[in-house]
Design a protein around this ligand. Structure first.
Ligand SMILES: C[S@@+](CC[C@H](N)C(=O)[O-])C[C@H]1O[C@@H](n2cnc3c(N)ncnc32)[C@H](O)[C@@H]1O
Length: 316
C-alpha cells in the first residue's frame, strides 16, 4: 500500500458537506508575475529551439489558475487576443492588473528568465535562462509595450466581461464550455500543469485541435505524478481503482493518472504532429509487477517519465 494515510483522511473529509471547497482554493504559481514570465518564456524558447513560430495572433490558455499572467505575457509579446478557459474561477481583476504592471517592467528590463534557483519545481528546464533577445527583439517589444497598448489591456482586465463580448484583448471563461472558442481561429493553445487533471482527455484533445488553424500549435507542460497522494512520485499507477477513489475523494483537482504515451497518442489522433517532446526522467518508485491492472500496459518510458513539455502542430 503506497497511499499516504494523510491523503486518505483528506479524501474522506471531502465527502463532508462544505469541506470539499477547502481543497484546491489556490492553484500554485500564477500569483507571481515572475512565475508567469518564466512559464511564458520557457514555452516560447522551446518553440524557437524546435523551429516553431513564436508569434501568435490568438492564444488560448487552458487552466490559468490564480491569475491570467501567462496570457498577459503573451499579449505583451505580440498576441492580439488571449482567451483563458478554466474549470474554476480563480483569477481576479486586481491581481491581474498588478501582474500586468510587473510583467511590463520585466519585459522593459529584458529580465533574465527566472531559473531553477527561484522556481526549483518549474518545468521545462532551459539550456539558457538569458533573455531571448534573438527573437524577442527590441522592435517587437517596443511596439507591444507602448503605454496605449498597456492601457487597453488594463481596461480589458478591469472589465473582462465587456472585453469578452466586444472581442477585446482578454476573454476569461471560468467555468468554460466547449462552444466558447470558434473552430479554426486559434494560433496557439498553451497549458501549464493542467492536462493531468482533465478527465475526458480524448474530447479535450479533439476540441483543442479543432480550435487551431492548420499550422497552429499546442504547447503543454504536463506532470505525471501522484502529487503527494502516494509515498512514491508515481505510486498512482500501483493503486487499485477503489483505493485511488478513496484517497482522491472529491478533491477539486485530481490527476487522471494517464501516462505520457496517452497524451502523445491523443495529440496524433486529433490530427497534430508532435515536434517537441522534452521528458523529465526519474527512477520509477514502483516496480512493474506492482502496477495496478489498468496500468500494466505502461511502456518502460512511461514508468520513468515524471513530466514532459509536448509541442505539436495542427496538420492541414
Ligand atoms: C495546478 S493548477 C495550474 C495553474 C497554472 N497553469 C499554473 O501554472 O500555476 C491546474 C489548473 O487547471 C485547471 N483545470 C483543471 N481541469 C480543467 C479543465 N478541464 N479545463 C480547464 N482548466 C482545468 C484548474 O482549475 C487549475 O486552474
Amino acid at each position: 500500500m503506497t497511499i499516504k494515510p494523510r491523503s486518505l483522511v483528506i479524501g474522506a473529509a471531502t465527502y463532508v458537506p462544505g469541506l470539499r471547497n477547502l481543497t484546491g482554493r489556490r492553484t500554485g504559481g500564477t500569483v507571481s508575475a515572475r512565475y508567469c514570465y518564466s512559464v511564458w518564456l520557457r514555452h516560447l524558447c522551446m518553440l524557437h529551439r524546435h523551429g516553431l513560430p513564436t508569434t501568435f495572433t490568438t492564444v488560448v490558455e487552458l487552466g490559468p489558475g490564480d491569475s491570467l499572467g501567462v496570457g498577459l505575457a503573451a499579449l505583451l509579446t505580440g498576441a492580439k487576443r488571449y482567451i483563458a478557459l478554466d474549470a474554476v474561477h480563480y483569477a481576479d481583476s486586481e491581481r491581474n492588473i498588478r501582474i500586468l504592471e510587473d510583467l511590463a517592467a520585466l519585459f522593459r528590463d529584458r529580465a533574465a528568465i527566472p531559473d531553477p534557483t527561484e522556481f526549483p519545481h518549474l518545468q521545462p528546464p532551459l539550456p539558457s535562462y538569458a533573455f531571448p533577445g534573438e527573437f524577442l527583439t527590441s522592435a517587437r517589444l517596443e511596439a507591444e509595450l507602448r503605454p496605449a497598448r498597456i492601457d487597453l489591456i488594463r481596461a480589458a482586465l478591469a472589465n473582462p466581461e465587456a472585453s469578452s463580448r466586444n472581442n477585446g484583448p482578454v476573454c476569461y471563461n471560468a467555468p468554460w464550455t466547449a462552444g466558447m472558442v470558434e473552430d479554426a481561429t486559434v494560433d496557439l493553445v498553451i497549458s501549464q500543469g493542467v492536462l493531468q487533471f482533465v478527465h475526458n482527455l480524448p474530447d479535450m484533445y479533439n476540441l483543442m485541435a479543432n480550435w487551431l488553424r492548420p499550422g497552429g500549435i499546442m504547447s503543454h507542460e504536463i506532470a505525471f505524478q501522484s502529487i503527494g497522494i502516494t509515498t512514491e512520485w508515481n505510486g498512482q499507477w500501483s493503486c487499485s481503482e477503489a483505493i485511488w477513489r478513496l484517497a482522491a475523494g472529491r478533491r477539486r483537482h485530481v490527476t487522471n493518472r494517464e501516462p505520457h504515451s496517452t497524451h502523445i497518442a491523443l495529440m496524433q489522433e486529433a490530427g497534430c504532429q508532435v515536434v517537441t517532446d522534452e521528458r523529465i526522467v526519474r527512477d520509477s518508485g514502483v516496480r512493474r509487477e506492482n502496477l495496478a491492472p489498468r496500468f500494466r500496459h505502461l511502456t518502460d518510458q512511461d514508468l520513468v517519465t515524471s513530466s514532459a513539455l509536448i509541442q505539436a502542430v495542427k496538420l492541414p
